[in-house]
Design a protein around this ligand. Structure first.
Ligand code: BGC
Ligand code: BGC
Length: 741
C-alpha cells in the first residue's frame, strides 16, 4: 500500500477500530470453541474486542495462522489483517545454543547468518514479528534470564544486537525476513538482588554507559519494534515511563516504530502502585507513547473514556494506530496476509540438513573449555582409546535446549549418549544417569509437573541402586565424563535463584565418582554463570556446554574427542561465590583498590572470605593449543580527535594443531570527570592460526571509542591519559599507554 492509501484507511476507521489495532491477544481468544469460560472471559475481553484486535501473541503453525487470519478477515469490516508475533529467541524448530552460548562464540558474523536461517524457518510457519533480540546487559548470575542474553558487556552485546537484527531482516523478501522487537527496554537485567521482576534503580550515567547501548544498537540496525520492560527506572515502571520511551527512545534515538508492552505490563502498573485502576494505567502507558497493549483489556476498555475526558487525545490514538498499520504494510500483509507461510514452505525449510549443520557449527564455537588439567582432553579414539563412562542426568537427555526454546522440535536434538555412540560405537562406552537432577522438584512449582526432566523413573525408584550402577560403571572405566547441571527449568524467566551451584544430588554423585580416583571430565549444562567452588577440585577438565540446543550432543562430542579445538570464551564472569553478585569485569577502582591501595590489608575494598575477582573471568576460555601474546605496540603515543591509533599485538600458536584465538582489546580512561571502569572492551578479533603460526592483529582506535556519558549529560571524551590493553581474556593482558589530545 502507498502511504496515501494508509492515510485514507486510517481516515475510514472508527475510534473503536483504531483502538483495536493497539490490542494484542493470545491464541485462546481466537479458538473456535473458547466461548464464555475460556481465556477471553478470564481476561475480560469481549467478542467485539477480538473482532477488532490488531495482533496475535504466540500462535504459530501455518495452518493455525491461516485459519485465524481467514476467520478474522471474514468478519472484519475494513479487512486489516492481523499480525502474528511470537518469541523466537535462539531458534525456531532448529534450536541454537542459548544466547549466553551465542555470545561465547564472539562471532557476530556467524550469528547474523544463523538468524537469517531462523527467520526463514519461523516465517514459513506463520511468524511475522519475533520478540527478539533480548539484549539486557546481565551482571547478576542469580537472575534466571541471564540465559537469554549475549552477556555482561555493553560493547559486545551491542555487536550481537546489531547482528541479530540484521540477521532477522535477511534479504528483505517476505520469505526470508522477520520483523524484530528489541527487549526489554530498559535495564531489565539489573533487578535488585537478582530477583525476577524486582526493582531496578540506577543512576542515569550508569544506565546510559552500560545498559542502554545494546538496545540503541538494535534500534540503529533498524529493528521494527521495542518492548517495554517490567521493571522501574528511576521509580517509574518502564511501561509508564515517558522519559524513557518518549524522550530517550523516540526523541533522542529517533525510533518511530511501535512500542509494545511486555506481557500484561499495563495492568501491572496497578500492582506497582502507580495507577489506582486500569483507566489510570492505560493513560500512563498511552502518554508514555506505548502503542500496543499485550494481553490486558486496559487499552481496549479504557481508551475511549480517556478520550472523552480529554486525558488522551485522538491524535495520540491516530499516531499509535498508524505505527501499527505501517508495520503491517512494511510486512506486506495487505497484499499477503499469511506472509508466505504454508505447510509446504514449512516442510521445505524446517530442520533441514543445512540448518542442523549451522546449529552444530555455532554450537562448536559456543562451548567453552574452562579447565583441562594435565591435558586430559581431547580424549583419544580408535585403537588405544580409553574406556569411557558417561554419567549424569544429562548423559542421555533431550532437554538440552533451554527454557525459551518454546517452539523447538526436541525430536531433532541429539543426546550426548547418541553422539558418543556415533564416535565410539555402541560398545565403545556405557552410560548411566546415576542420580536425579534435583532432590526436590517442588522448587519448580507448577512446571515441576512436566515429566522427564531427570526425575528418577518409576514409582519410588531407588536412588541408591541408580548411584550404584553409575559407580560400578565408573570403576570399570578409564575415564569418566559427568554430564551435570541445572535443571532446565531452574533458569529462564522466573528462574531467579540464590544457590547458583550444581544441584545437590549431582554434587554428591560427582564426589563419589571422584573418590574412585579416575580422571573426571565435567560437562556442564546451565543457563547462568555457576559458582563452581565446591566441584572445581572434583574434576580434571570442564566443558561449559550451556543449553546447547539441537546439535548439542554432537558438538560436545566434537570437543571431547578433539574433532573441534574449542574456541568459545565466556561473556559472563563465573563467581567463586554467589555473595560476589552482581559480578562483572568492568569494575571501578574505588578509593581503596584491593591490590594497589596504600592502606593496610584490612582497610581496602575486598571480601574477608572470598577473592574479588571471578573464578573464570569475562573473555576466558581454553583451547587445545596454547598461544603466546606479545609485542603490544601503538602506532603513536597520542591520539587526536580526528586521528586514528593503531594498536598491534602478536599472537603465536605454540601448539601442533590449528586453533582460534579471540584477541580482545580493552581501554581504561585513567582520569575523567566521572569514575571510569578499570577495563572496558572496545574491540575483538577471532583469529585462526595454523600450528606454530604467528600473526599480528591490529586494532584501530578512534576518539569515538573513548566517549562516555559525562556530567554535562552528553557523550564526550576527555583529553588525558589512557591505558590500552590486549590479550586472550580480561585478566591476562598486555598494557600500553597513550594520551588523547
Ligand atoms: C516475557 C517476554 C516475552 C513475552 C511474550 C514475557 O513474559 O518477559 O520476554 O516476549 O512474555 O511471550
Ligand atoms: C573510618 C571512619 C573514622 C575515621 C577516623 C575511617 O577509617 O571509616 O568511620 O571516623 O577512620 O578514625
Amino acid at each position: 500500500m502507498k502511504q496515501s492509501e494508509l492515510v485514507d484507511l486510517l481516515g475510514r476507521m472508527t475510534l473503536r477500530e483504531k483502538i483495536g489495532q493497539l490490542v494484542q491477544l493470545d491464541g485462546g481468544c481466537f479458538g473456535t470453541d473458547a466461548v464464555a469460560v475460556g481465556p477471553r472471559a478470564k481476561l475480560g475481553v469481549t467478542q467485539e474486542d477480538v473482532d477488532v484486535c490488531g495482533s496475535v501473541l504466540n500462535v504459530l503453525g501455518a495452518e493455525e495462522v491461516h485459519r485465524i487470519q481467514d476467520a478474522y478477515l471474514e468478519r472484519s469490516r475494513l479487512k486489516i489483517p492481523l499480525v502474528f508475533m511470537a518469541d523466537v529467541i535462539y531458534g525456531y524448530q532448529t534450536c541454537y545454543p542459548i544466547p549466553l552460548g551465542l555470545g561465547a562464540t564472539w562471532d557476530p558474523e556467524l550469528i547474523r547468518e544463523d538468524y537469517n536461517l531462523i527467520a526463514e524457518e519461523a516465517v514459513a510457519d506463520g511468524c511475522m514479528v519475533t520478540f527478539s533480540p533480548p539484549v539486557d546487559v546481565v551482571r547478576d548470575a542469580r537472575w534466571g534470564r541471564c540465559l537469554e542474553m549475549p552477556g555482561e558487556d555493553p560493547y559486545l552485546s551491542s555487536r550481537f544486537a546489531r547482528a541479530m537484527v540484521e540477521g532477522f531482516k535477511g534479504d528483505g523478501t517476505p520469505q526470508k525476513s522477520l520483523a524484530s522487537c528489541v527487549k526489554h527496554f530498559a535495564g531489565y537485567g539489573a533487578p535488585e538482588a537478582g530477583r525476577e521482576y524486582n526493582t531496578v534503580d540506577m543512576s542515569e550515567w550508569r544506565l546510559r554507559n552500560e545498559y542502554l547501548p545494546p538496545y540503541r544498537a538494535a534500534v540503529e540496525a533498524g529493528c521494527d519494534l521495542v518492548m517495554t520492560s517490567f521493571n522501574t527506572i528511576d521509580g517509574i515502571p518502564a511501561t509508564a515511563n515517558r522519559w524513557l520511551m518518549h524522550d530517550v527512545l523516540r526523541d533522542e534515538w529517533g525510533f518511530d516504530g511501535p512500542i509494545i508492552t511486555d506481557y500484561a505490563a499495563i495492568d501491572e502498573l496497578r500492582a506497582h502502585g502507580v495507577a489506582a485502576n486500569r483507566r489510570e494505567a492505560a493513560k500512563l502507558a498511552m502518554n508514555a507513547t506505548v502503542d500496543i497493549d499485550m494481553k490486558t483489556p486496559c487499552y481496549a476498555h479504557e481508551l475511549e473514556a480517556l478520550i472523552e475526558t480529554g486525558e488522551v487525545s485522538l491524535e495520540q490514538i491516530d499516531t499509535a494506530c498508524m505505527r501499527v498499520l505501517e508495520l503491517k504494510n512494511r510486512l506486506g500483509l495487505f497484499e499477503d496476509p499469511y506472509r508466505t507461510c504454508s505447510p509446504e514452505r514449512r516442510t521445505e525449510v524446517t530442520c533441514t540438513p543445512e540448518r542442523l549443520e549451522s546449529a552444530r557449527k555455532t554450537c562448536d564455537e559456543a562451548l567453552v573449555l574452562l579447565k583441562n588439567e594435565g591435558g586430559l582432553l581431547p580424549l583419544t579414539t580408535g585403537g588405544n582409546a580409553p574406556c569411557v563412562a558417561l554419567i549424569g542426568p544429562y548423559a542421555n537427555s533431550r532437554d538440552i535446549i533451554g527454557m525459551w526454546a518454546i517452539h523447538a522440535d526436541k525430536t531433532h536434538s541429539v543426546t550426548l549418549a547418541e553422539a558418543f555412540a556415533e564416535v565410539l560405537g555402541d560398545d565403545g562406552f556405557a552410560w548411566a544417569q546415576g542420580c536425579p537432577t534435583l532432590d526436590d522438584y517442588s522448587e519448580l512449582g507448577e512446571f515441576g509437573k512436566i515429566p522427564a526432566f531427570g526425575a528418577p523413573t518409576g514409582e519410588g525408584a531407588d536412588l541408591e541402586t541408580m548411584a550404584a550402577e553409575a559407580l560400578e560403571l565408573a570403576a570399570s572405566s578409564d575415564v569418566v565424563v559427568m554430564a551435570l547441571g541445572e535443571h532446565m527449568l531452574q533458569s529462564g524467566e522466573g528462574g531467579a535463584r540464590t544457590d547458583i551451584t550444581i544441584p545437590a544430588p549431582q554434587k554428591r554423585l560427582l564426589k563419589r565418582v571422584r573418590a574412585l580416583g579416575k580422571p573426571v571430565v565435567l560437562v556442564l549444562f546451565n543457563g547462568r554463570p555457576l559458582s563452581l567452588t565446591d566441584v572445581i577440585d572434583d574434576c580434571d577438565a570442564i566443558v561449559e556446554a550451556w543449553f546447547p540446543g539441537t546439535a548439542g550432543g554432537r558438538s560436545v562430542a566434537d570437543v571431547l574427542f578433539g574433532t573441534v579445538n574449542p574456541s568459545g570464551r565466556l561473556t559472563v564472569s563465573f563467581p567463586h561465590n554467589v555473595g560476589q553478585e552482581p559480578l562483572y569485569y568492568a569494575q571501578f577502582s574505588t578509593g581503596r583498590p584491593a591490590k594497589t591501595s596504600t592502606h593496610s590489608g584490612r582497610f581496602v575494598s575486598r571480601y574477608m572470605d572470598c577473592p574479588n575477582d571471578a573464578m573464570f573471568p569475562f573473555g576466558y576460555g581454553l583451547s587445545y593449543h596454547t598461544a603466546r601474546y606479545d609485542n603490544l605496540r601503538l602506532s603513536a603515543d597520542e591520539l587526536t580527535a580526528d586521528g586514528v591509533l593503531e594498536v598491534s599485538i602478536d599472537v603465536t600458536n605454540e601448539g601442533d594443531i590449528a586453533g582460534t584465538e579471540v584477541v580482545q582489546l580493552y581501554i581504561h580512561d585513567k582520569v575523567a570527570t566521572r569514575v571510569r571502569p578499570m577495563l572496558e572492551l572496545r574491540d575483538f578479533a577471532r583469529v585462526e592460526l595454523a600450528p606454530r603460526e604467528r600473526r599480528t592483529v591490529t586494532f584501530i582506535l578512534r576518539e569515538e571509542a573513548l566517549r562516555f556519558w559525562t556530567p554535562e549529560h552528553g557523550w564526550a571524551s576527555e583529553p588525558g591519559a589512557f591505558e590500552v590493553m590486549a590479550g586472550p581474556n580480561s585478566r591476562d593482558l598486555l598494557v600500553g599507554e597513550f594520551e588523547l589530545v
